[in-house]
Design a protein around this ligand. Structure first.
Ligand code: KG4
Ligand code: ZN
Length: 344
């Protein structure tokens, strides 16, 4: 089965073609193309929904055409269309949803709506390079979705059977990176830059709180970190490059400590056989490494899976893949964009 995946929940306009065969544990990635309006938002240090939506309209058709062309498929040869129907920015979501509905109608192809958050988890089910190909994730799996808008822990008993365990009560982990980056005028989104700066810094230079690290639940809270960083900058006379690198390393370590401990605790409690990371923050190498290292100290039998970096941030492949493993087409008239869509 060949699926065209369309993702337009925020500032990326993305489309991809994946191919899956019956009983496959991973799909093959035939094409993956993305156009981002990020440079338009750089000056404002955050995404302006109106600007993002207008860029979606401009990019959507060329991006879909390019994804089909790269995959060497025409519209007659695909079997279905998958589209993100939420959560996200309403204006951006509408462009993808309405385009996919129109294409489904005129091409006479089934359409599958996909929850963006579940999509991030399915980036782990795209066949990556040969090193990872032989490892297949087993259930039950514990998934951590860490992006700019979400931080959620879910238990996946099998495809289509997902139980939400907890999530952030305020800022998402990526949002914490982005807001702290703004204090130092780092380009938006700041996560990748903070990771780079952190490599030159000392993670023990400043002591940031580890919010909710020992709480008896699977919730998170990252908004205090931005306040702590702001307070810290006010006590430092001049923030030079060394100080900024030390703050980056220290705050990154605080975020990682919380994410790793809470996820591994949940994996232990639910006897997870796999841990699946997903979302933009999962591209962070220090996070990936700490997961591997800390897991050795736990009595868990779970293998850790991380998507290839280009599949951590928003993309069409994860949407097409989620649709393949949860193939449930609906009448196009019944699909609506839902900015508040959540797990369940
Ligand atoms: O999943 P994503 O592309 O979009 C959302 O659905 O939100 O995630 C974007 C988020 C941003 O907050 C960005 O700063 C963060 O992921 N991010 C990172 C890294 N790469 C992206 N955070 C930490 N380290 C990174 N390497
Ligand atoms: Zn995302």
């Amino acid at each position: 089965m060949v699926i065209l995946g369309i993702e337009t929940s925020c500032d990326e306009t993305a489309a991809a073609v994946v191919k899956g065969t019956q009983n496959a544990s991973r799909v093959a990635l035939l094409s993956n193309f993305m156009s981002s309006s990020l440079p338009l938002h750089a000056k404002t240090g955050g995404i302006i929904p109106e600007v993002a939506a207008r860029a979606q309209i401009e990019y959507i058709l060329p991006v879909i055409k390019k994804a089909l062309k790269d995959a060497n498929f025409n519209e007659k040869e695909i079997d279905a269309i998958a589209v993100t129907n939420g959560p996200g920015l309403i204006g951006s979501l509408l462009v993808g949803v309405e385009t996919a509905k129109t294409l489904s109608y005129i091409w006479k192809k089934p359409i599958v709506p996909v929850n963006h958050l579940i999509g991030h988890i399915y980036a782990n089910f795209v066949r990556a390079n040969s090193k990872f190909e032989i490892r297949n994730s087993k259930f039950p799996a514990l998934a951590l979705v860490v992006s700019g808008g979400h931080t959620d822990l879910v238990l996946m008993k099998k495809h289509g059977d997902i139980v939400w365990l907890g999530g952030t009560r305020d800022d998402a982990a990526g949002e914490a990176f982005d807001k702290i980056g703004r204090l130092f005028n780092l380009p938006y989104p700041a996560g990748p830059t903070i990771e780079k700066l952190a490599k030159q810094g000392n993670p023990k230079a400043f002591r940031f709180p580890r919010p909710m690290i020992d709480s008896d639940d699977y919730d998170f809270s990252f908004s205090g970190l931005k306040t702590a960083a702001l307070r810290l900058t006010k006590t430092i006379e001049q923030c030079n490059n060394v100080t900024i690198a030390d703050i980056s390393a220290s705050v990154q370590q605080a975020i990682i400590d919380v994410l790793v401990k809470k996820t591994l605790n949940a994996a232990q409690k639910y006897n997870a056989k796999s841990i699946l990371l997903g979302g933009g923050v999962a591209a962070n190498e220090a996070l990936r490494n700490q997961f591997e290292l800390t897991a050795k100290r736990y009595t868990i039998n779970a293998e850790i899976f991380v998507p290839q970096k280009f599949l951590c941030t928003d993309n069409g492949a994860m949407i097409a893949t989620a649709a393949f493993f949860n193939y449930n087409p609906v009448n196009w008239q019944n699909i609506t964009a839902n900015p508040e869509l959540y797990f369940d």
